[in-house]
Ligand binder design. Structure first.
Ligand code: ZN
Length: 542
């Protein structure tokens, strides 16, 4: 960070009426952050796959830092909270998909046309009629039901991912979550699904979506996490090949995709072909862990409450090579966020601050497998569930350009959003809600599990103004580097942006830790409903 910039920032801070302490408090320049990223995203960590030696090495590094910085262990075994998994993968050599039309079998090419999803137990053999169900959503609050009046019992439904425009973004995201979708599908007796990604909101191209399709998927082990049986087939279909499904139906995929692009209503109708599937799956057991550390507060009463700062440390591991590189380093996703937690935790040693509430730092595992580490942590928190007053989640905040605009997911849902706005604006950073609701980012990272336990949460990312040159750069990053081996240490990074981001995170933590009232959901927030869910599991003392 240049001296000139520091001066400008100081002037801005003066203008916003922050305390003297906050004015002088640009404690981060991004250099220590980058040093941690360099360790965590090094080839030696082998992409930090859940359950791998590489992730264990990365965790050992985090623990080493925590011990050095005087944080206290708050897991179940020291800093560690063990988590057990079941892995599933498809044996493609013994699996196949085909469309049956007028008795004729049209084989589909796995990888080019479609691939199997493996998060449920696929039936070894299945043949069923197909029905197109639009977005495949049921949203009671909006009186919206794509299945109303359709006969889908015992059939495979085809849907286009997305949602109609009149459904608010948060609600649309919630009902597109696997859990809510599963509930609706079971209710209607649906046998299986073929999901077509919405070409208007695909983060990465099909070729990369399908590249690692034979790698294991994971599920939490244990009866409480077992999803009720039901779905016997889960397929993702290449939008570029989707006309095959629609020919003879009187509709074209091009027409449907054009409607979905603008979030317009979609028709519902039976498809001509039937689907035939043979699926062979292999299952194994696997162990990994979350890491939990506490920085105790000092207020006699409030110290028993916790402000949570979370980030996932896992990534995709070693996979299919792209340009000769097999290591999916995950430098931005999410060594960057994990490093923020290390760095912010350390900053309280170098620059002590009196904190009334305690801070809880949580590095979860298996985010990339469907937010599983955070699902386990929020179901079995190592502090009482109700004592967690907020979750600030850091995942792929993308300091690839100067930080001028901060996107706050959950901005309008709780007063944690208001506090995030105040803190960011005090640093001259503009705040905006999600500019791309179609990407469903509110449910796509670990904050969502905290939200489902009634805990107000935000996730903040470096962002852009719609239509700006920056928007193109972020989009190109997703297309080329997101979940690719090139999300590594050889990419342009703006360390000053990371430093400013860390400052905003730290200021927000301090504000929430020290204010009299704990963060609260807005009266009209949809997510408020989770607050009154009974506390299900007794906390285990650490
Ligand atoms: Zn990711």
């Amino acid at each position: 960070m240049s001296g000139k910039y520091l001066l400008a920032a100081a002037v801005l801070l003066l203008a916003t009426g922050l305390s003297a302490q906050q004015q002088s408090a640009l404690l981060f320049d991004g250099q220590s952050w980058w040093a941690h990223v360099r360790v965590l995203a090094d080839d030696k960590m082998e992409g930090r796959e859940t359950g791998s030696e590489g992730l264990r090495r990365a965790q050992a590094y985090v623990v080493e830092q925590l011990e050095k910085d005087g944080l206290r262990p708050a897991g179940a075994k020291g800093f560690y909270q063990p988590v057990k998994f079941i892995t599933r993968h498809i044996v493609e050599a013994d699996s196949s998909l085909a469309l049956i039309r007028d008795g004729r079998r049209e084989p589909l090419v796995l990888g080019d046309d479609a691939f199997f999803g493996t998060r449920t137990d696929l039936a070894p053999h299945l043949a069923a009629p197909l029905v197109f169900v639009g977005y495949g959503l049921r949203i009671p609050e909006m009186n919206y039901d794509d299945f109303a009046g359709l006969n889908v019992q015992g059939k495979v439904v085809v849907y286009l991912s997305g949602s109609p425009a009149d459904v608010p973004a948060a609600l649309a995201s919630h009902y597109q979550s696997a859990a809510e979708r599963g509930r609706t599908l079971r209710q209607y007796g649906v046998l299986g699904t073929i999901a077509i990604p919405n070409p208007a909101s695909m983060d990465i191209p099909w070729s990369r979506m399908s590249l690692n399709r034979t790698h294991p998927s994971m599920a939490l082990d244990g009866n409480e996490f077992r999803d009720p049986a039901g779905q016997k087939l889960a397929v993702t279909f290449n939008p570029a090949q989707a006309e095959k499904l629609f020919s003879g139906s009187g509709h074209t995929f091009a027409e449907l995709a054009a409607l979905a692009k603008d979030r317009k209503p979609l028709p519902h109708f039976p498809l001509t072909p039937r689907i035939e599937s043979r699926a062979k799956m292999a299952k194994e057991k696997l162990a990994s862990a979350n890491l939990v550390a506490v920085l105790p507060g000092t207020d006699p009463k409030l110290k028993d409450e916790y402000v949570v700062l979370s980030a996932h440390l896992d990534h995709l591991g070693i996979g299919e090579p792209i340009n000769g590189d097999r290591i999916y380093n995950g430098a931005m996703d999410n060594a960057s966020g994990s490093a923020v937690l290390i760095d912010v935790a350390a900053s309280f040693k170098a620059h002590p601050e009196s904190l009334r509430r305690s801070l809880l730092f949580v590095w979860v595992t298996a985010e990339e497998k469907g937010l599983l580490g955070s699902r386990y942590f929020t179901a079995h928190p190592t502090v009482p569930e109700r004592s967690m007053v907020a979750d600030i989640n850091v995942d792929m905040f993308l300091p690839i350009l100067p930080l001028k605009v901060l996107c706050v997911l959950g901005l309008a849902e709780s007063d944690l959003g208001d506090r995030a706005r105040a803190v960011a604006e005090a640093h001259g950073v503009e705040v905006q809600p999600d500019p791309e609701p179609l990407r469903n980012r509110f449910i796509r990272s670990d904050q969502y599990n905290f939200i489902q336990h009634g805990i107000p949460a935000v996730k903040m990312d470096n962002s852009f103004l719609p239509g700006s040159a920056e928007q193109k750069i972020f989009k190109e990053w997703l297309t080329n580097r997101y979940h690719a081996p090139s999300d590594d240490l050889d990419q342009p990074v703006d360390q000053a942006a990371a430093g400013l981001y860390e400052q905003i995170i730290r200021d927000l933590l301090v504000t929430v830790a020290n204010s009299n009232a704990r963060p609260a959901w807005k009266p009209d927030s949809f997510f408020r409903r989770f607050v009154n869910r009974p506390e299900r599991t007794p906390p285990s003392p650490y």
